[in-house]
Design a protein around this ligand. Sequence first.
Ligand SMILES: [Zn+2]
Length: 399
Amino acid sequence: MFCAWLQCHAQNGVQWKTLKQTQRALGCTNCLWNGDSVLFSNETNIVRFYPGRRRADVNRCTVWLNVLPEGNVSNGDWRLSAIDLDFIKLGMLTATNGEPKHLHVMLDAGHGGMDDGARSRPPLVVSEKHLTLDLVRLVGQRLEEAGMKVSYTRTNDVALALDERSLAARKAKADIFVSIHANFSPNPQSTGSETFVINPAGYAGTPEGSRARGFQIGNANDYLNTQLGYAIQRHLALMDEKVPDRGLKRQSFFVLRETSCPAVLVEIGFLSNVSELLKMLESEWMDTCADSISDGIFEYASKVDALGVAIREKREREFASKKAKAEKDKLAKVENPSLEINCVNTNYVTGVQSEEQELDAPITNRVEKTVIEMKPTEKVQPAVTNVSPQSIFDYYSKR
Ligand SMILES: [Zn+2]
């Protein structure tokens, strides 16, 4: 038992799962190492990891891991962090439980008013705030047609502070919050979509970026955030297989950490890439993109109840495991009063673990001490103003 416990722990506080444990937890009958990646599969799922990289593929959707896998398959010591295994198993591979549930969705068109968001370079000048509003309307139509209730943080070209957006979701008691943006990069070749959810407490953002933080409001929904973000990104990645799938990422954006319901932020493509911009200006592309985002929401809505049950069962198992450990320690102390028991309040859960317990990782974070941070004063990015109002593409902003 103790050896099995050691197998899934490392000295740096990360809980690890061996290749065998990972395969069993994922319910995969096949495990293949091709010298470049390790691939787990069964009849319904294919999950691939790349040693030395934080990138993974889950059913052909790119997913960025919280912790770099360690070891080497050929040496037999490859291992995956328990938190990433948990997120993949529960947050991504939970089976559907039937028809999509009728959710109340808060759609958030990024930026607005004085805040243009990103702007493409002249002569093709397009503001992010217009693209996001157009797309949010298209997504909203599809959700409403499917019987969902839809609210909007904005329905016209007005400025909204970031906290007004998360507050709107809280006031409306929305079930999910979906913020839609378009991307910009100094590299004009950057292309593709990506979806963000908040990084778990104690873990840095991915692929690099926001620092590790203590527990935030958004972390209460880590598994639901993951399932929603994964479902949307998976559908966006299917839109055009020639375009790189930038994947499901984790960053501590204000609207993700301050929104109390499950929340995601979608970046649909790059305004800084001329060919991608031209595609985004086509109504057919926008319709397909709206289909993909709403299909992702429908997929989430068909899994959310099953995930709720899985999370509850996991918490019950963890509670039972901790209780058994506490009782065992108490008994040991009675039998040997000189024994010092020093296994609580460490940085990670120290419950007795074995290979049989695949779902024994902490639910939301590995930091036992919860740190509630003061709300930072984030400022909305200033609008870029060096743009000709006579741009031939300004017609788009008047649609
Ligand atoms: Zn934006």
